[in-house]
Design a protein around this ligand. Structure first.
Ligand SMILES: [Zn+2]
Ligand SMILES: [Zn+2]
Ligand SMILES: [Zn+2]
Length: 271
């Protein structure tokens, strides 16, 4: 594995974080309607982007403008594990540079204009992982389905509780989440990298230590059934979210939530 640390000067950071895309009047109005409704739901802004047609054009413009400055050339758009974001209450999309630096894009509304801008996402030293896994190191699909543990860390792949957004967890679920986080960190105290989990009930694995799970041929009945169950679960959650989105009352938000979304004016540039 090759780890190359990257230098990111304060000047460079300020330049990239200073790039702002001002939404035009139509997009700004669409943003405000979206934010008012989003504030009434527990989902993170990123989870509500499919109701936000104003976002993608603004993101594209931001990326173009940032690339034109030479300071930010994205490696792949939005490849980051969202679990890793330290500010899920504000992050809309993520962009990663080839050296591993990650930014997230967020909206700010000062009551006059709505702008899309970026913030440095990870406050840790960044590494670029160039890990090549051999076939022997990876689980086969048959092993995965049979419940074999990860060959990197020895923990099971499946068998966790169902992952939910932070704000939707019950106290019991939050405790389970904390225990899982502690178990993961105990095994990977210094792995500053992304993580992976398999499905909605997977345990957390480390992208540096744990070979990624296999892509499987959907041949056996058992595999097909699992895939159908996963798809049904996703479809059900999607339908449920769409229903709650329609029912959400704009403005029925706690004050801090509205402020995080830029719904109510605040001083710009504050953190
Ligand atoms: Zn982030
Ligand atoms: Zn593992
Ligand atoms: Zn690790």
């Amino acid at each position: 594995m090759v780890r190359a640390s990257s230098r990111w000067s304060g000047q460079e950071r300020a330049a990239v974080e200073g790039i702002e895309v001002r939404l035009d009047a139509g997009a700004a109005a669409a943003y405000r309607t979206w934010a008012a409704r989003a504030a009434a739901l527990a989902e993170t802004p990123a989870q509500l982007l499919r109701f936000a047609p104003w976002y993608q054009p603004a993101e594209r413009t931001w990326l173009e403008r940032a690339a034109a400055t030479g300071a930010w050339t994205p490696d792949e758009p939005d490849t980051m594990d969202r679990q890793y974001c330290r500010a899920p209450a504000e992050a809309l999309g993520h962009t990663r540079r080839a050296d591993g630096l990650v930014l997230h894009l967020l909206a700010a509304d000062d009551g006059d204009a709505v702008v899309l801008h970026a913030r440095y996402c990870r406050a840790a030293t960044v590494f670029r992982i160039e890990q090549r896994w051999t076939e022997e190191q990876r689980l086969t699909w048959e092993e995965l389905v049979a419940g074999h543990p990860c060959k990197g860390c020895g923990r099971p792949v499946f068998g966790s509780f169902e992952h939910k957004p932070t704000m939707q967890r019950t106290p019991d679920e939050a405790a389970l989440h904390d225990a899982e986080e502690a178990a993961f960190l105990a095994l990977h105290p210094d792995c500053r990298t992304t993580r992976w989990t398999y499905g909605s009930t997977g345990l957390t694995h480390c992208s540096a230590c744990c070979p990624p799970p296999p892509f499987g041929p959907a041949q056996s009945e058992r595999i097909a059934r699992i895939l159908v169950e996963i798809a049904e679960g996703v479809a059900r959650r999607d339908a449920d979210l769409a229903r709650r989105w329609e029912a959400a009352l704009p403005g029925a938000a706690p004050a801090d939530r509205g402020e995080q979304l830029g719904l109510w004016p605040r001083a710009r540039g504050g953190r």
